[in-house]
Design a protein around this ligand. Structure first.
Ligand SMILES: Nc1ncnc2c1ncn2[C@@H]1O[C@H](COP(=O)(O)OP(=O)(O)O)[C@@H](O)[C@H]1O
Ligand SMILES: [Mg+2]
Length: 175
């Protein structure tokens, strides 16, 4: 029987569908739900472009934590390619991750999930998801079949593929 559901989100629409299914399962079986997000710099260019489309995330993140960011690059592209670990970019990227997870958690709550926690990691996304799943004792991982990537000919994203092939527990890929 399912005891703990983990859902992985990169903030994409497909990941939100995964959040919705995971929340429904968690609500139905009355089990805890963990929302996981891997923060990663050096994203591929097409992913950066997609992030640029969700630039309002930055505004959301700034609203949740009203602090000044004097040294933040103007664009998502600049932001995610800025690798100075101590810089404002790192803080803001972390906050965007928080924003992505909070939105997922809010949606899951709306759908009736009762016990929700959020976990992020700075890691390779698949490795990060798998280690959080192990950490919280998740026995089901729900993931989107696609994410922010743009390679339409690819049927299954690389993160989804790696999680599917390496997880010890059940994995559901949502379309
Ligand atoms: N950084 C990330 N943090 C958490 N989950 C992620 C991350 N990147 C991808 N995922 C999960 O993997 C799914 C598939 O994404 P991915 O394999 O990266 O496909 P694509 O190549 O289309 O971006 C997403 O819907 C999401 O559930
Ligand atoms: Mg991706």
């Amino acid at each position: 029987m399912t005891k703990h559901v983990l859902v992985a989100t990169d903030g994409s629409d497909t990941a939100m569908k995964a959040v919705e299914l995971a929340a429904e399962i968690a609500a139905k079986f009355e089990v805890p739900l963990t929302v996981a997000h891997a923060i990663h710099f050096g994203r591929p260019p097409e992913e950066l472009a997609r992030m640029a489309e969700v630039e309002h995330l930055v505004e959301g993140a700034k609203t949740r934590a009203p602090v000044d960011f004097p040294n933040v690059p103007d664009t998502m592209l600049g932001l995610f390619s800025d690798t100075r670990p101590e810089g404002d970019s790192m803080r803001l990227v972390t906050m965007i991750g928080e924003e992505i997870m909070e939105r997922a958690a809010d949606r899951a709550r709306e759908l009736g999930a009762k016990t929700i926690d959020t976990r992020s990691t700075v890691d390779d996304p698949a490795e990060g998801i798998l280690s959080i799943a192990e950490d919280v004792g998740a026995d089901m991982i729900v993931i989107g079949h696609r994410g922010l990537g743009r390679l339409k000919r690819v049927l299954l994203g690389s993160v989804a593929q790696k999680v599917l092939s390496q997880a010890d527990c059940t994995v559901m890929a949502v379309r």
